[in-house]
Design a protein around this ligand. Structure first.
Ligand SMILES: NC(=O)c1ccc[n+]([C@@H]2O[C@H](COP(=O)([O-])OP(=O)(O)OC[C@H]3O[C@@H](n4cnc5c(N)ncnc54)[C@H](OP(=O)(O)O)[C@@H]3O)[C@@H](O)[C@H]2O)c1
Length: 207
């Protein structure tokens, strides 16, 4: 059976997966780019980047993935559902190169992009969205792309096999929390932590 994986999901010390006040100008709200600064510094992101522990984790994002599921809050800023021209943040050739299922209560027809990415918009429970994505992934794994709200739903439903969370040493104070309501989640997984010289801690939860 293909696995359900999460990679590079970055949270603040106080557990926020995005800041407060998301907008077109500030996709992560008041967090700015601080949650992913560790990743932007790696070779995974930039050819001139670092090749150490952060890169080793970051580059596990792509291999073996046949489909992604993401939330409406990752696909666009608040209100994108009212803009028929909105095609995501990523330009004509998004970096997914697989089918991507966008969870939204306001679905629209699929968007076929360059490079093998097609966005499908689905209003479905996590377990049902996963069944559709799994079929599309054709034996490969499914990545849960976030944000925090939809990832929390998939964790609560017990659907995630491998979770890579990156704890970034910043305190955001406000935003959208990942862990709320997931009491004792760790009991379902083998948990490992690796600290990086960059200051972040890579946590993996593996079933
Ligand atoms: N920290 C990270 O590594 C990371 C990773 C990815 C994204 N992000 C950031 O996280 C933020 C987005 O996270 P978020 O928590 O605000 O939102 P989100 O999890 O991306 O999306 C939540 C929205 O998805 C829709 N949705 C969720 N479950 C659904 C279901 N079962 N059926 C139908 N629709 C469903 C609903 O939208 P509607 O009701 O409006 O349709 C819901 O409000 C962005 O700032 C993004 O940049 C962070």
């Amino acid at each position: 059976m293909s696995r359900v994986r999460v990679h590079n999901f970055s949270i603040s010390l106080d557990g926020f997966g995005t800041g407060d006040g998301q907008s077109l100008e500030a996709p992560f709200g008041h967090a700015g780019q601080r949650l992913h600064a560790w990743m932007f510094a790696t070779r995974f992101w930039d050819d001139a980047g670092t090749a150490g522990v952060d890169n080793a984790f970051a580059e596990r994002h792509g291999p073996g993935i046949g489909a992604e599921i993401m939330g409406a809050g990752k696909f666009g800023p608040p209100g994108w559902q009212d803009d028929p021209e909105w095609r995501g943040w990523w330009g004509p050739n998004p970096p997914f190169h697989t089918p991507v299922y966008v969870l939204t209560h306001r679905p629209r027809p699929p968007l076929e992009m360059d490079g093998g990415t097609t966005f499908h918009f689905v209003d479905a429970e996590p377990v049902d969205a996963l069944a559709v994505a799994r079929e599309a992934a054709d034996g490969q794994d499914i990545r849960i792309g976030g944000g925090a709200t939809m990832l929390r739903e998939f964790l609560a439903a017990g659907l995630v096999d491998h979770l890579h969370v990156v704890q970034v040493p910043i305190v955001l104070g406000r935003g959208v929390r990942l862990w709320d309501g997931l009491e004792a989640l760790e009991e379902q997984y083998d948990v490992e932590a690796v600290s990086s010289p960059s200051g972040v801690t890579h946590l993996t939860f593996t079933r």
